[in-house]
Write a protein that binds this ligand. Structure first.
Ligand code: C5P
Length: 433
């Protein structure tokens, strides 16, 4: 048995369309991949598939009656503890109830009380699907952040042909895997799902909608730090901040609240991002600590100076008669390691490793030493990639090994892909935590 969906609590809502029989295959797929599935049926659905079938497939009691177990008020408790509610098939009638906020049966009441994401998979006659009432209702659901899959084209149970068929259980399953955020699943490293402004085409459903980050709080460090030696000289590096700023923009576009703690760079602040300017590693650490409460994800993208002057000369260091000058440097605090090592309120922690040799080995070592959840390796010796460049090529590792390789693309595209991956992995981390 695969462990891809291990211990994820999924409610499978089944309403009364002929495609209800396909929900049996979906239920089985979810269960064999480790999910705990509870099936909620409408009365009409029970006319099409016996609840006993779903009970046998899920190994759980099937809920079809609002008053079947009044002692536990299951329409409230089911959705409160679930990771996802998937309604497949969703009839036009069930969609209308969801849009209107009705709660007159077990499924609609469960949906209304659900605290988890909801996926609606319409299946119906093509004229019912294209009816303005149904389309308006679907638009309402999408506006409220419900994921609606686009029905397939083809032969319909009524003998007609057209749009309205329920997508295949395997396709719905794949979307669920992507949505539930396993970093190793459903990630093809290329396509990005469009914003949820329209029903999602099968094939576009592999990656997460942009709104997935909505409400999460993310902190990103970016750019170089600058460590003064005297009033005019300093120690720093060639970091441009482009990668960190691209990550901030990508996270913000997906609805996250973003704090960008930045060393001196020439980049413009992405719209909607809170930028905090710092110069030294110590100032960066202080800023990170003060913005940390309530943060779910921290990404350390800054090229922090490893050392600073033991003493900053108050006067300009003048050229002496000696041919050599010795600088006394002391180690700076490791900012991302301080976050990774936190014992309480520890956010999902992501670091970067810019390496010129032994990349994977060094990256893995840093992942371990800094207590990171993910590390993004970029080979800074590669031509036109990494530091200062507009392009990047990265490999992502977690404690189990390589998670993804993102081939050379603009930093903005790499940032989109990294943020999708990080959000999904962080969601999983939170659910396990
Ligand atoms: O050890 P190294 O500098 O290669 O580690 C890189 C990672 O650690 C990056 O994520 C960087 O932002 C972070 N870092 C830090 N504080 C330091 C040094 C590095 O947060 N003092």
């Amino acid at each position: 048995m695969s462990t891809q969906l291990q211990n994820r609590n999924i409610i499978l809502g089944v309403s009364g369309g002929i495609a209800a029989y396909k929900a049996c295959a979906l239920c089985r797929l979810l269960v064999t991949h480790g999910a705990k599935v509870k099936v909620v049926m409408t009365k009409a659905a029970t006319q099409l598939v016996a609840p006993a079938t779903f009970a046998a497939l899920s190994g759980e009691k099937v809920h079809a009656d609002l008053f079947d177990s009044p002692e536990e008020i299951s329409h409230i408790t089911l959705g409160a503890h679930a990771d996802l509610l998937v309604i497949a098939p969703s009839t036009a009638n069930t969609i209308a109830k969801l849009a209107a906020g009705l709660a007159d049966d077990m499924l609609s009441a469960t949906a209304l009380a659900a605290a988890c994401p909801i996926v609606v998979v319409p299946a119906m006659n093509t004229r019912m699907y294209h009816n303005a009432a149904t389309q308006d209702n679907i638009a309402t659901l999408i506006r409220r952040g419900i994921y609606v899959l686009k029905p397939a084209q083809g032969d319909l149970a009524c003998g007609e042909e057209g749009e309205g068929r329920m997508p295949e259980p395997e396709d719905i399953f794949e979307f669920i895997c992507a949505l539930l955020g396993h970093p190793r699943l459903g990630y093809d490293g290329r396509t990005l799902l469009p914003p949820p402004t329209a029903p999602l085409e099968i094939g576009q459903t592999k990656l997460l909608p942009r709104a997935f980050g909505a409400g999460s709080k993310i902190l990103i460090t970016a750019g170089p730090t600058v460590e003064a030696l005297d009033p005019v000289r300093f120690l720093s590096n060639r970091s441009s901040g482009k990668m960190g700023y691209a990550l901030a923009a990508a996270a913000r576009e997906r609805g996250a609240e973003v704090v960008l703690i930045s060393g001196p760079v020439a980049e413009l602040t992405p719209p909607g991002v809170t930028r905090v300017d710092v110069k030294t590693a110590q100032e960066m650490l202080q800023a990170v600590e003060s913005y940390l409460p309530g943060t779910q994800i921290v990404i350390g993208c800054a090229a922090v100076s490893d050392y600073r002057a033991a003493q900053i000369s108050s006067e300009k260091i003048s050229k002496g008669s000696e041919d050599e000058l010795t600088l006394h440097l002391i180690k700076n605090p490791d900012i991302i390691a301080a976050v990774g090592r936190r014992e309480s309120e520890r956010p999902y922690t992501v670091g970067f490793a810019a390496e010129t040799q032994f990349g994977p080995e060094h990256a893995r070592l840093k992942l371990e030493q800094k207590h990171l959840d993910l590390i993004v390796l970029n080979d800074v010796s590669a031509e036109d990639s990494g530091i200062e460049s507009d392009f990047n090529e990265v490999t992502v590792f977690d404690a189990q090994g390589e998670v993804a390789h993102l081939s050379k693309q603009s930093k903005r595209v790499i940032a989109d892909q990294l943020i999708e991956l990080i959000f999904r992995a962080a969601a999983l981390y939170r659910n396990q935590g």
